[in-house]
Design a protein around this ligand. Structure first.
Ligand SMILES: [Zn+2]
Ligand SMILES: [Zn+2]
Ligand SMILES: [Zn+2]
Length: 325
């Protein structure tokens, strides 16, 4: 397997076939007692039995050792699949979901996200650290046991690159952060707002790609998820995320969640060369949640355009009305 760059869209694509090891269906590798002898990258709380445990992915797409060795093949670019691939086990309990956890437990999961992003950003080879969660079989979750994944890559993922370009242009033209502008308008208008707590807000984006798409972000401005604003309490974020997820599971059987944070500030080459001086001003961390339901798992043929039959204003109104306890 290798990475290849599309010269038109500038997206990196993993090309090749992964070999999947055969695991017995009744054997959950994330349950306590399984592979406990294996490497633990992080366990929280620090003392006593763990609630959150981070381990290397059992079948990693990216390998931590080696050099990305970016080379040209005529006009094209390719790289070795170097990166980090980790699993964040969110609970020792096999059937407990993130939505069912207490604020304190969700906060611990968020702290684990932040600590792994911070740690992996210390590796100069990595341009970006992605934390994501596939919840539910329709979302392509690898194991039913509640977990998230961390992937550190030698490139910036396509969607983040789009966001970086747009936010840099906004900053250049208006001297303001586009994400801060979004947060202000959504709070002021309220019609797409789902919930808020402290400095954090949850809303259905104006151009939602799928029904019940939700973004969570905070004010004031902060580019890095891993370094919380001193005035913000992460417990507020945990409480808000819990309430949002409890509403969401009533309208969708599965969801994708991704943390979008600033790229590695230590990386100044390639796609980040025009950004790194202003990264802290132009980017703003946020959480994107994309629910999956039967309606949007249908193919619409034209994959390049999102088609969302549900107005975000209606989605937000419905979500606001749902019980979040
Ligand atoms: Zn399990
Ligand atoms: Zn901002
Ligand atoms: Zn984003």
């Amino acid at each position: 397997m290798e990475l290849r760059k599309d010269p038109i869209t500038r997206s990196w694509v993993v090309v090749g076939k992964a070999e999947k090891p055969v695991v017995a269906a009744d054997d959950c590798p994330l349950c306590p007692g399984h592979r406990e002898a294996g490497k633990t990258l992080l366990a929280l709380p620090a003392n006593g039995p763990w609630q959150v445990r981070v381990i290397p992915h059992l079948d990693p797409l990216y390998r931590i050792e080696g050099d990305p060795a970016r080379t040209a093949e005529g006009m094209y670019d390719r790289m070795n699949l170097v990166g980090a691939h980790e699993v964040i086990i969110e609970t020792p309990e096999h059937s407990r979901t993130l939505a069912a956890m207490s604020d304190e437990e969700i906060e611990r999961v968020l702290i684990a996200f932040a600590m792994r992003i911070g740690d992996l950003k210390r590796d100069d080879r990595f341009k970006y650290v992605t934390v994501f969660k596939n919840s539910g079989s329709m979302a392509g979750e690898e194991w039913p046991h509640s977990h998230s994944q961390v992937v550190a890559t030698t490139f910036v993922p396509r969607r983040v690159l789009y966001e970086l370009r747009a936010s840099r242009d906004w900053l250049t033209e208006r001297e303001r952060c586009v994400f801060c502008d979004i947060a202000r308008q959504e709070r002021r208008q309220g019609k797409r707002l789902v919930d808020e707590q402290g400095p954090y807000l949850a809303f259905c984006p104006y151009a939602s790609r799928v029904p019940y798409e939700i973004w969570i972000m905070g004010e004031p401005h902060n580019s890095r998820f891993e370094i919380p604003d001193p005035t913000a309490d992460r417990r507020d974020l945990a409480a808000l995320l819990g309430r949002v997820l409890r509403r969401l599971v009533r309208v969708a059987p599965a969801y994708h969640m991704v943390i979008h944070t600033s790229p590695n500030e230590r990386q100044t080459k390639g796609e980040l060369s025009g950004h790194w001086r202003t990264l802290a001003d132009e980017y703003h961390w946020h959480i994107e949640i994309l629910p999956i339901n039967a309606i949007n798992s249908k193919s619409y043929g034209i994959k390049e355009t999102y088609f969302n039959a549900l107005l975000p204003e209606q989605a937000a109104e419905q979500l606001r009305g749902l019980d979040s306890l």
